[in-house]
Design a binder for this molecule. Structure first.
Ligand code: 5AD
Ligand code: SF4
Length: 481
C-alpha cells in the first residue's frame, strides 16, 4: 500500500468539494494498487492534449490527479496503460484526428489487458460524438466532458469499481471547484485559469456550446494560486480565459481585468505576466494603461480579428467594425510602442466575397501582425453560421487562404527582423531539440531565441544578443554584462 495514503479511510464519500475528490483519489489509488500487484509492475498513463491552452491547462489538472492516485507518467502513448485524450472540437479536422488515433489505440488495447482509455474535453460535449463512440468504439472506458473534469477521480474510481464503461456529460455548470491537485509541465511557468466558458456566441464558434456560460474565478482564489506558484519557483504566468477582457463582470463584487492585473503585478517572484485571449470589443482603455505602465506584463497581445470586413464581422456577431478594430490597434501601439501583435483570421466564412477578403488583407497590411493564425472556416453543427446561405466553395477558400498566408508570412518575417542586433531578456525554456549545445529562450514579445547554453540555465532569465533572425525566431549569443 502506498505510504502516502491516509490510514483512516472513510466509508462515506464527503459531500463537499474538493474533499470529495480527495476521497476518490484515495479510493482509486487502492484499486490501482491491486491492479499494479496483478500486473507485477507500476501502471503508467499518458495524457494527450488536442487544441488550445485551456485544454493544456486542463491536462495538467488530469495529470496532477493521476499522479496523486499513483500512476506513473509515460510519455509514449503506445506504451501507456491508461491513455487519456483531452479533445478539441473547434474545427472539424480536430474531430477527425481523434477518431483516427482512437482506432489505432483500440488495436493496441487488444494486446494490453491492463489498458484503459478515457476521452474528455470539448468534443465530448457534442451529443452526436458520444452517440458515435457508444456505437462504434466499445473499447473506451471513460467518457466525460468539460464541466465535470474536476470529478475525474470520482469517475475513474467508479470505472475501476464497476468494470463498466462510465459516461458522464453535463450540459452546463455554474460551479468552479478550487484547490484540486495539478501538475505543471514546466517548473518555471504556468497557465492560470481566471475564467471559464464564453458568452459571446460568435456565429461560427462552438465554444459557447461546449464550454458553457462565462464564469470568473474569485480574484482571491487566483491571487492565492499565483502566490503558491511563485513560492514554488514559477516566474511566468499565463492568465487563461476565452475572453479575459470581460473578466470579473459576473462576480458578486465585480472586478475588472485591469484591476486583477494590478493585483497580480504586486506578487513577489512573478516576473512575467501573459494573458489570452482578448476580445477586441471588450478591451478597455484601463487595460491599455496598465499594460503601458507595467514592468511585468509581456509586450505581446493576441487580438483575434477574424475578418477585416465589417459586413462579415457583423455576420460573425463580433460586435466591432474594421475601423473600430484599427482604431483600437492604433491606440495600443501608441501606448505600448514595442508591443507584438498577433491574431486569428478565418477565411471562407459564409458569404465572404473577394471584396470582403481584400478588406482582411488590408487589415493585415495596416496592422502588420508579428504573427497570425489563419484558419479555413469549418462548419460546426449547431452554430448559426452552419445554416447560413452562400457557403464559399472549397477552391475559392483555398486560394484565399494561400494568398493570406503568404502575406502574413512575409510581414511576420519583416517584423521579426526588426529586433535583430538588440539585446533582450529571454527566459530559457529548454535545451534545443535539434542541437544540444543550444538552449531555447522566450522573449517578452513571445518570440523564441536559440543560443549557446546548457540545461542548468532552464527556468532562468538571461540577456541575449539577437544576432540573426531566421524568419520567425532568432539565433543569439549570451550577453556578458
Ligand atoms: N472555423 C474556423 N476557425 C474557427 N475558429 C473558431 N471557430 C472556427 C470555425 N468554425 C478559430 C477562430 C478562433 C480560433 C481559436 O479558432 O479564429 O479565434
Ligand atoms: Fe468562440 Fe467568439 Fe468565444 Fe472566442 S470569443 S471562444 S471565437 S465565441
Amino acid at each position: 500500500m502506498n505510504e502516502n495514503r491516509i490510514n483512516a479511510f472513510m466509508d462515506e464519500a464527503p459531500v463537499q468539494e474538493p474533499e470529495r475528490q480527495y476521497y476518490y483519489i484515495e479510493k482509486a489509488g487502492r484499486y490501482l494498487d491491486k491492479m499494479c500487484e496483478a500486473a507485477g509492475r507500476p501502471l503508467t498513463f499518458c495524457v494527450t492534449t488536442f487544441g488550445c491552452q485551456m485544454n493544456a491547462r486542463d491536462s495538467e489538472k488530469l495529470t496532477g490527479i493521476l499522479e496523486r492516485i499513483g500512476y506513473v507518467e509515460e510519455p509514449e502513448e503506445e506504451k501507456a496503460d491508461f491513455v487519456i485524450y483531452n479533445t478539441c472540437t473547434v474545427r472539424e479536422n480536430a474531430n477527425q484526428r481523434v477518431y483516427g488515433r482512437l482506432g489505432q489505440l483500440g488495436r493496441i488495447k487488444k494486446k494490453n489487458p491492463h489498458m484503459m482509455i478515457a476521452l474528455c474535453g470539448c468534443m465530448m460535449q457534442e451529443p452526436e460524438v458520444v452517440e458515435k463512440l457508444k456505437k462504434s468504439y466499445h473499447f473506451v472506458d471513460l467518457i466525460f466532458g468539460t464541466h465535470n473534469i474536476y470529478k475525474f477521480a470520482e469517475l475513474l474510481a467508479t470505472r475501476m469499481e464497476s468494470g463498466r464503461t462510465v459516461i458522464d456529460i453535463w450540459k452546463d455548470t455554474d460551479k468552479i471547484v478550487e484547490d484540486l491537485p495539478s501538475e505543471r509541465k514546466y517548473p518555471f511557468k504556468s497557465g492560470v485559469n481566471i475564467m471559464f466558458g464564453c458568452n459571446n456566441f460568435c456565429s461560427y464558434c462552438i465554444v459557447p456550446y461546449v464550454r458553457g456560460r462565462e464564469r470568473s474565478r474569485e480574484p482571491e482564489a487566483i491571487i492565492r494560486e499565483i502566490e503558491r506558484l511563485a513560492a514554488d519557483g514559477v516566474t511566468e504566468v499565463m492568465l487563461l480565459g476565452q475572453n479575459v477582457n470581460s473578466y470579473g463582470k459576473t462576480l458578486e463584487h465585480p472586478v475588472t481585468f485591469a484591476q486583477l492585473l494590478r493585483r497580480i503585478e504586486k506578487i513577489d517572484g512573478i516576473e512575467r505576466i501573459r494573458f489570452m485571449t482578448s476580445h477586441p470589443k471588450d478591451l478597455s482603455d484601463e487595460l491599455i494603461e496598465v499594460m503601458a505602465e507595467s514592468e511585468k506584463i509581456c509586450r505581446h497581445l493576441h487580438l483575434p480579428v477574424q475578418s477585416g470586413s465589417t459586413r462579415i464581422l457583423e455576420k460573425m456577431n463580433r460586435r466591432y467594425t474594421k475601423e473600430g478594430y484599427l482604431d483600437l490597434v492604433g491606440r495600443i501601439k501608441k501606448a505600448v510602442p514595442d508591443i507584438s501583435l498577433t491574431t486569428d483570421i478565418i477565411v471562407g466564412f459564409p458569404g465572404e466575397t473577394e471584396e470582403d477578403f481584400q478588406e482582411t488583407l488590408d487589415v493585415v497590411r495596416k496592422v502588420r501582425y508579428d504573427s497570425a493564425f489563419t484558419f479555413i472556416y469549418s462548419k460546426r453543427t449547431g452554430t448559426p453560421a452552419a445554416v447560413m446561405e452562400d457557403q464559399v466553395p472549397d477552391e475559392i477558400v483555398k486560394d484565399r487562404f494561400n494568398r493570406l498566408l503568404s502575406e502574413v508570412q512575409e510581414i511576420s518575417a519583416e517584423r521579426c527582423a526588426v529586433h535583430t542586433g538588440t539585446v533582450q531578456t529571454a527566459l530559457v525554456e529548454s535545451v534545443n531539440d535539434h542541437d544540444e549545445s543550444l538552449v531555447t529562450g522566450r522573449l517578452s514579445n513571445n518570440l523564441l531565441v536559440h543560443f549557446p547554453g546548457d540545461a542548468s540555465m532552464i527556468g532562468k532569465f538571461f540577456r541575449v544578443y539577437l544576432k540573426e533572425c531566421r524568419g520567425f525566431y532568432y539565433i543569439g549569443t549570451l550577453q556578458k554584462e
